[in-house]
Design a protein around this ligand. Structure first.
Ligand SMILES: C[S@@+](CC[C@H](N)C(=O)[O-])C[C@H]1O[C@@H](n2cnc3c(N)ncnc32)[C@H](O)[C@@H]1O
Length: 282
């Protein structure tokens, strides 16, 4: 490498370092401690790559559901806004799904720094940034995020921001847990925990509709092996719970149910929503 190239590279490195420091300071100063996802930033960023066989299972099912939606609705895969991108844990997945430009948003400054090495562009922020910085986007994705936003108003705010950020005809695709088949500490019921929660699917349907979205489809992602009272014993058996072979069986079970367009056993649903063309926002 020539001297001028070395100079330019170290200048860019210093610029990035300063950017990181400035963003951390800004996040500290502007952090509204009353918002759960800011209060818990740092504890809610662990993603599928960090939770062993269960993470691999869960993510494979989510990717399959995304692929199903993209193929069924012929969704444009040029540019994706990954809302709640964590460390850029979906960088390779977005590419496998056909996306060529990946933009991340996350509220946690630590993961934003890592994601910058994996996605094309990464911004520190939340729904407010999504709704103000972006316009005319074709596709926004949101995986494993809403579960960590404890305030209903903030979830509604994310939907409204996504609506604003999309072009007419643009897609908003988000994963939502289904408490009927997702075992939380509250059982198979909506539950509010200290750092995560589950809400009725109908809450999301209503909020998406209120934001102006047309819900085009609901696609099943994963079915936990302990999805019902009759299989709950699996969650209580350490040897069985994350057993790879069993998870593989449930991955295949999910594929069959998804293709049969059956939603009932799914622990999580992928909402496939569209901003209607030619209609003003609400
Ligand atoms: C469990 S991780 C999911 C990461 C990734 N989407 C995946 O599926 O592998 C959730 C991420 O969402 C971020 N997050 C939660 N609420 C947010 C909000 N309101 N705005 C932006 N990011 C948020 C967290 O900081 C965290 O990094």
């Amino acid at each position: 490498m020539g001297l001028s190239a070395m100079f330019l590279e170290s200048k860019a490195r210093i610029r990035n370092l300063w950017r990181g420091i400035r963003e951390r300071m800004k996040a500290k100063n502007t952090s509204d401690a009353t918002l759960s996802y800011r209060r818990h930033a740092g504890s809610i960023s662990s993603n599928w790559q960090e939770i062993g066989t269960y993470g691999v299972f869960l993510n494979a099912c989510r990717v399959a559901a995304w692929r199903y939606a993209i193929e069924r609705y012929d969704i444009e895969t040029v540019r994706i806004i990954d809302f709640g991108c964590s460390t850029g844990s979906w960088a390779e997945t977005w590419a496998q799904l056909g996306f060529t430009r990946m933009i991340g948003i996350d509220v946690n400054p630590d993961v934003v720094e890592v994601a910058r090495g994996r996605l094309h562009e990464v911004h520190l922020g939340d729904g407010e940034l999504l709704g103000t910085k972006f316009k005319s986007e074709a596709c926004i994705g949101c995986n494993g995020v809403l579960v960590h936003i404890l305030e209903e108003q903030e979830v509604i705010g994310v939907f409204m921001a996504a609506y604003k950020a999309l072009k007419p005809g643009g897609w908003f695709i988000c994963a939502v847990l289904n408490p009927d088949y997702y075992l939380s500490p509250g059982g198979y019921e909506p539950w509010m925990g200290p750092m995560s929660c589950t809400r009725p699917v109908s809450f999301h349907e209503q909020a998406l509709d209120d934001a102006g979205f047309a819900i085009i489809d609901r696609v099943g992602t994963f079915i936990d092996p302990w999805f019902s009272e009759s299989t709950r014993f699996i969650a209580e058996n350490k040897a069985l719970k994350f057993e790879e072979g069993l998870l593989k069986v449930f991955e295949a079970f999910a594929k069959t149910m998804r293709e049969a367009r059956e939603l009932r056993p799914f622990s999580e649903l992928l909402f496939v929503c569209r901003k209607p063309s030619g209609r003003p926002g609400r």
